[in-house]
Design a binder for this molecule. Sequence first.
Ligand code: GLC
Length: 428
Amino acid sequence: MGGLYEQAVQVLRNNDRGGFTAPAQGLYPYQWLWDSGFNAMGWLHLDERRAWQELFSLFEGQWPDGMVPHIVFHKKQESYFPGPEVWGTVGRGCASSVITQPPILATAVRYLYEHARDHAFARESAKALYPRILAYHRWLYQARDPNRTGLVAVVHPWATGMDNSPAWDEPLRRVPTEGVPPYERKDLLYAKPEERPRKEEYDRYLWLLYFFRRLNFDQRAIFRESPFKVIDVGFNAILHRANQDLYALAVMLGEEPHEIQEWIVEAQVGFQALWDREDNFYYSLDLITGRRIRVKTSAGFLPLFAGIPGEGRARRLAEHFREWVRHVRYALPSVHPLEPSFEGTRYWRGPVWVNVNWMLAEAFWDYGYDDLAERLRNDTLELIRRFGFREYYHPKTGEGRGGKDFSWTAALALVWRLLTRDEDAPAA
Ligand code: GLC
């Protein structure tokens, strides 16, 4: 079996599909966008070239207009639904989904660049990836913020990466279900029904997918007409952080960063609309109703990862964090435990996710809340030790849920150096 370090390495190696990492065997057999960012950072500590390869593989799925899809279907796999033929993209370049996912890519590239030992290779790779990421961010603003609010919209819960978050319940209720062809879910072959979305949500996910197909993937029409249209605070926080990392890369590579600077300034203004003065918390915004979605989810902390809040608001968020964790054993539940929609077992409706813990710990360190950052790191380590490299964990009991031997859990453990080789040495 080996120690935890060896096991983390093994998880990544076993999920390696030759140039890209499947998030988990069976359940997620393709390449996912934000998983790739985290997985690339993990690979860096094992195999630098393989780390860069992860990102190059993802960009094989980039669309001519700049969009980077949330799933790239490199090779047809039977274990996943909805596959490329359902999305209707077979034969359109590299088959993929038609929506995107939290844009963590510039952050990953900066991480690889700054932690590289092979500097020449890192520079060459970063130089090749830079224009592709720039084109991607441009697409985000053109297609998803045509009115220049500084914040970009998402048109499908899957694009938020936090697919089943209760923040999407109300906006999703407006999505019809009529006309969705019969389908067979495959996720339930790999995870228990109580850990996965319900049918009423799944029908709506698929309705949106078929709707985008009917619009012929015309992104302007999709933005205009989608019945699901939200400004996700998590997505925008990750984008804002990515813009700062892209700016840093531009400077390092001698590129002109003016356009990126504009995005940064505009987002700083845009984020003001997401802060709720009554609750002292950040919420997503429903663009159909124009109202903030006042469900407390872990995404509301992510503006810290982007350096958005000043000292006062950061203090408020730190207070929220301390209050949230009083109700659980492990930080951080994805939904406040007293929310009526909280479910400790169902994905994105309560469980702890390692990628969110990592982003938030980075943020708390930057803001000087070292105790909170350490709490996140220690809790994550204990979860992994006791329950393995799972997709998510129950915040009260710690039990592992969803996919087993999950790639980003292993990758981020390596990034955090939670698991040093020394641990594996036999006790003296
Ligand atoms: C689930 C998650 C999403 C993730 C994907 C692959 O759909 O909600 O965030 O990218 O699995 O791990």
